[in-house]
Design a protein around this ligand. Structure first.
Ligand SMILES: [Zn+2]
Length: 339
């Protein structure tokens, strides 16, 4: 075994055999924001075999205080997080096969994206995407999903699919803390990001190395010092649409329309065109050059200012319309350029 991991191997519960298992693991990291960035760094340093990190966003100045893979120049360059993350992670550990994917994870693409991985680490910032990942992992034969979420100084973790007969995320929906608070409305401090990601990664490493697992919903508030650890083994719902004997996977049903989402508290609307109606970046950039200002066209996106809004079109057919929370206004602005 490579010298690089000797201190990790010396840790008895891992040992040489555990390190070999870590080496064989293919991990999917859902989101390259705060949790995804912290978690991916730990996994890459630990020496996993392959790591795919997927994110839909580009970097902003407000990300840097807690998203530890990135630096100021990445923001200046308007890099997608998945690309900046891939570059940094490759520099950290050349042993790991790393792939950054710029995409929104949707019912249309989630199975294709996750398939082939052994484990999924949650780094997303919204419950819809978590439930989508929960369904996808179950549909793909029970891929373990290491859920994590944090806001303010409070964080929660829950490993799914790690023990026989345990509940899934859908079963526990009512037991989870309310979703009304977001990092954009009440803020977040980096120590809770690192703490939450550390717990997710510890559970993941325990699972890979064959440790006995207990499905616990753990929560911590670093400011008040409060902690809770709830064994949820008996909270599986018999008729759960996601994990019962005859699941319908309700979060996997896709549509063929332009989907819209207001990005939590960020004054931004996301429009997603279906695969059948994709917009090519280069022709789009050429067609709007005379109409818009501050046009940036790189291999990953086209960004421009139009009618006092910043628009970003990604290669996967998504457009972010910044400066509005109003879906119909966003559609109107996009239509102004796309017809
Ligand atoms: Zn369930």
């Amino acid at each position: 075994m490579i010298e690089k991991y000797s201190r990790q191997e010396l840790f008895v519960p891992i040992g040489a055999e555990g390190q070999q298992r870590i080496r064989e693991a293919k991990v999917f990291v859902l989101g390259a924001g705060a949790l995804g960035s912290s978690g991916a760094e730990m996994l890459v340093r630990a020496g996993v075999g392959e790591l795919t990190i997927v994110d839909r966003d580009i970097l902003e100045w407000t990300n840097l205080h807690r998203q530890q893979l990135y630096a100021e120049q990445d923001v200046v360059d308007q890099l997608p997080k998945a690309i900046a993350a891939e570059r940094r992670l490759r520099a950290i550990n050349g042993d790991v096969k790393i792939r950054g994917v710029v995409a929104d994870v949707t019912p249309e693409n989630v199975l294709e994206l996750v398939e082939g991985h052994h484990l999924v680490l949650d780094g997303t910032d919204n419950i819809e995407t978590r439930l989508l990942a929960n369904d996808a992992c179950l549909q793909l034969g029970g891929i373990p999903f290491f859920m994590g979420a944090c806001v303010g100084s409070y964080g929660v973790t829950f490993p799914i699919g790690v023990a026989e007969g345990q509940p899934c995320l859908h079963c526990l929906l009512e037991a989870l803390p309310p979703q009304s608070l977001t990092c954009d409305t009440v803020g977040v401090i980096s120590p809770i990001v690192v703490t939450t990601a550390a717990r997710q990664v510890a559970e993941l490493l325990k699972y890979i190395t064959g440790a006995e697992m207990e499905p616990r919903l753990e929560s911590t508030d670093l400011w008040s010092g409060e902690r809770a650890s709830m064994n949820v083994k008996n909270m599986k719902k018999s008729g759960c649409p996601s994990c019962s004997d005859q699941p319908t996977f309700p979060f996997l049903s896709a549509t063929e329309v332009v989907r819209t989402a207001v990005l939590c508290g960020r004054d931004t609307v996301q429009l997603t065109w279906p695969k059948s109606r994709q917009i090519e970046l280069a022709p789009f950039a050429d067609s709007v050059r005379g109409t818009v200002s501050n046009l940036i066209h790189n291999p990953f996106l086209v960004s421009c200012e139009y009618n006092n809004h910043r628009l970003v079109l990604f290669r996967d057919g998504r457009m972010l319309v910044h400066g509005t929370k109003d879906v119909s206004e966003a559609r109107k602005i996009a239509a102004g350029l796309l017809g």
